[in-house]
Design a protein around this ligand. Structure first.
Ligand code: ADP
Ligand code: MG
Length: 399
């Protein structure tokens, strides 16, 4: 086997050609590297007939920082295996992996060129009625069928071991749960909200709840998570949406994936206070987002409930009171993790364009303060909030 080396465009072309029958004998291939992500190389390999595939290669360091931040290339295995597993469970909404090469830490996958990144679409005010139903179904299928409700004890433990993913989890552990709550050099704070950010460093009640959420992230292997369900990992078009980029996948709390997504929809909602000047247009988009958040939880919880009732193989977990309690706990966890996402995307290392692309500094600060306020409320009140309408009421009453 060839030793690992960073791909050139020629290497990526050869890799794609070797591992797919798509291009044919005499097709002329071209290749460009166009990754805009933080960590990896992403190539598009195309032939002269318009057929194309994506080659994604993990670098032995984080691309956005450079060689001073080494990072295991085993993350390509995690990404490929999570995507393959999720695709089996939810083929419609998971990108197709055609080949994975362990030595080169490279994945060959379908090119979603007929799709666009959800974050960009939501920022420009586009709306998709199928967003929440499809993502609810993705989350219910992938999370239920990798949980203890569906797997036997020994099999589940073997799976947990395969997907430990310590290095990538550590990034989440730091960026989500540690940095925003102290004066960390990695934080990235818009100067206009400096004093609001500093309040987080002294808020012991909030820090205690974040500690609980972090402890659960560390020690609650409920299901095989995607691990990074933000709106930059979702491709969408008028008919469908698909998840990519599962390198943060591991066995963790189900509410983490659900909450990351809810958090990203909320960030878009808050961003539009600064992105959309016209009141009616903004209101209309924000109504759409509220409706999607509501649908997402309703449909996810209904499907998960039905799966527990009809598919559970483990007799002691068939207890309906237990199942009801389990769903309620996913809800509270999801709200807590959504709150963490709001806060870390506002003051932590990795921001989102929903807030950062607000050009007026005062308006941006207003949206950012709302994100911190809502994040705090969701984290602190997550166990008292008993349904999604109460969450939307909190959202509408932000100052
Ligand atoms: P990273 O893990 O480095 O963040 P991503 O998987 O998020 O990398 O990919 C970075 C970018 O590459 C995406 O934002 C998208 O523009 C492009 N990309 C990745 N996978 C695909 C794909 N299957 N089809 C089309 N574009 C893709
Ligand atoms: Mg990415």
């Amino acid at each position: 086997m060839a030793e690992y080396r960073t791909f050139t465009t020629d290497d990526a072309m050869r890799f794609a050609d070797e591992h797919s029958g798509l291009f044919g004998d005499h097709s002329k291939l071209s290749c460009e590297e166009f990754g805009d992500g933080n960590l990896n190389l992403v190539f598009r390999v195309s032939n002269d007939k318009g057929t194309s595939l994506i080659v994604k290669q993990a670098l032995p360091y984080a691309r956005c920082v450079g060689e001073s931040w080494p990072l295991t290339i085993d993350r390509a295995r995690i990404e490929a295996e999570v995507l393959l597993k999720h695709r089996k469970l939810c083929p419609d909404h998971t990108v197709e992996v055609l080949h994975y090469d362990a030595e080169q830490a490279a994945i060959l996958m379908e090119d979603l060129k007929d799709y666009r990144i959800l974050r960009t679409e939501l920022i420009s005010g586009k709306q998709f009625a199928h967003l929440a139903p499809q993502l609810a179904s993705y989350l219910a299928q992938t999370l239920y069928f990798t949980s203890d409700f569906a797997l036997t004890g020994p099999n589940k433990k073997q799976q947990v071991g395969r997907f430990l993913n310590p290095e990538l989890c550590l990034i989440t552990e730091d960026l989500f749960f540690t940095d925003p709550y102290c004066n960390h050099e990695r934080n990235n704070i818009h100067t206009a909200i400096n004093s609001d950010a500093q309040q987080l460093w002294h808020d012991e009640a909030l820090q205690a709840e974040v500690a609980q959420l972090k402890a659960d992230f560390l020690s609650k292997p409920q299901a095989l998570l995607h691990g990074d369900v933000h709106s930059g990992s979702i491709f969408i078009n008028d008919e469908n949406c698909k998840l990519i980029d599962a390198e943060f996948g591991f066995y963790g709390p189900i509410g983490f994936d659900v909450g990351s997504l809810v958090g990203n929809l909320l960030l878009n909602y808050l961003g539009h206070f600064g992105l959309t000047a016209d009141d009616d247009t903004r209101q209309q988009h924000q109504d759409y987002l509220q409706q999607q958040i509501s649908l997402l939880w309703q449909q996810f919880s209904q499907q998960f409930k039905q799966l527990m009732e009809t598919e559970c193989r483990e007799p002691s977990l068939q207890n309906s009171r237990y199942q009801q309690h389990f769903l309620q706990q996913i809800f509270a966890d999801a709200l807590g993790y959504a709150g963490c996402e709001l806060i870390r995307r506002t003051v932590g290392l990795a921001h989102v364009a929903d807030l950062d692309s607000i050009s007026d500094s005062d308006l941006r600060a207003k949206s950012e303060r709302k994100a911190l306020q809502l994040g705090r409320e969701l984290i602190i009140q997550r166990r008292e909030l008993s349904n999604i309408d109460q969450v939307l009421t909190l959202l509408r009453h932000l100052k």
